[in-house]
Design a protein around this ligand. Sequence first.
Ligand code: ZN
Ligand code: ZN
Length: 173
Amino acid sequence: MSISNFPPAEIATLSEAQKAGTTCARCGRVPLSPQSLDGADLVVCADEHARVCTDSVFWLTRPCPWWCDSRWHSDHDRGADRHHMSEWTGNVPLVLEDGCEMGAGLSYQPEYATVHLVQGVREIEPRIWCGKGETNHGWYMTPAETRELAATLSSAADMTERQAAPLAVAEAC
Ligand SMILES: [Zn+2]
Ligand SMILES: [Zn+2]
């Protein structure tokens, strides 16, 4: 491979390790099989390692789901931390719960319920997490369970707003 494959503008942006030939001039990783560029100290990953010689995170072997905030993925994510996470979160203030301090010296604010999507990179579909604010006190649900819970919560709210018919109240007594 020749250095002429690299536009001068790109060469100017290389790190010191890349310029010294320690890391790959394309992906910035230490090449498993360095291949020198003719006419320069630069090295790139050999062709057989082209699969990981990419700007994207090496363990992402397929595109993220449309809802994933892929900015948080990185090469150093450990296996157990390789999750797609939704950029979207649904937040509902819970004024009947104790207030919570959002940091040392910061004011109290209402607790809140939060919802987001998460999916391990090798899992076949997303899970929906629902829980309290900044805590890990919550649970995972399937999409079907989430719809069922939503309908159940709506039923509970409807019950509080419905007035019992006077006749029904009299019969109950
Ligand atoms: Zn590379
Ligand atoms: Zn993702």
